[in-house]
Ligand binder design. Sequence first.
Ligand SMILES: C[S@@+](CC[C@H](N)C(=O)[O-])C[C@H]1O[C@@H](n2cnc3c(N)ncnc32)[C@H](O)[C@@H]1O
Length: 281
Amino acid sequence: MEGVGASLAMGIPARLFYVIMRIVPPKIRSRMWKGLYQRMANSQTDSDFRFMNYGFEDDDRPLLKEGDEPNRLFIQLYNMNVRDTELQGKSVLEVGSGRGGGASWIAKTMHPETLVAVDYSGKAVRLCSKWYSNQKNLTFREGNAESLPLESNTFDVVYNVESSHCYANIPAFLSEVHRVLKPGGKFCWTDLRDRKSMDSLHEQFLEAGFEIDSNSEITENVVSALDKIDRDRRKMIRDRAPASLRKSFETFGGVPGTPIYEALKSGRISYFRYRLTSSRS
Ligand SMILES: C[S@@+](CC[C@H](N)C(=O)[O-])C[C@H]1O[C@@H](n2cnc3c(N)ncnc32)[C@H](O)[C@@H]1O
């Protein structure tokens, strides 16, 4: 089915792909996303390209090492998602870690005892295992968010950045996060949704056994980052992506003028952040 995902994902124009993604059943959508990310890991093996999110900007500008500075806005989305949660000395899990830039930054600056980073693109996981092999508190694992290959009651903190919109079965994902968290563990989630889906996700968080510590809408901060990233992202796509994929990369990269950016700008979709506590033992 992965092949079907890839051909569906890449054999059609980006705008049509975006429309199809909004109407196809969740299982097919999830396969299409997987095809897209596997193809991206295959065609983009450049280790400079370590983040696949839309970025975040506010007044909190963490001090970064020189090598991390080009990725500041993407790192700031990660930082925003976990900055009110203690990670030092903790057992931490990222679900949907992509090309590992966020997990690597958190593992080296926030000093968790262990950080396990899971993604269902086996190709991305193999790239990450090679790139970050010198970080002893960080490991990458291939796995599906909806059936995590991990023991129950293991993690103090689980976080998830701009990944859950790809999942076929959100209740299964939330039940898995709840299962692998220790009682009282924290779940830091951030992603984009339309208002109706967010309302239903809010209920699903509660039904899965989470208490809501805080939640906020951060669309303006994300759009502001997308505006800043625009020139560099277009250049990177022009320089690196094959011509047949450029439009798709621009659309999913949230470049101004493409559908996802315009939907964020107009309020048809918004970007949210929730911090939750696992409330059942
Ligand atoms: C937009 S990227 C974000 C990656 C990373 N969090 C970042 O900010 O750079 C979404 C990621 O979610 C992963 N993903 C999508 N569906 C998944 C699933 N069901 N299980 C695990 N990972 C999934 C994709 O492979 C991709 O790496």
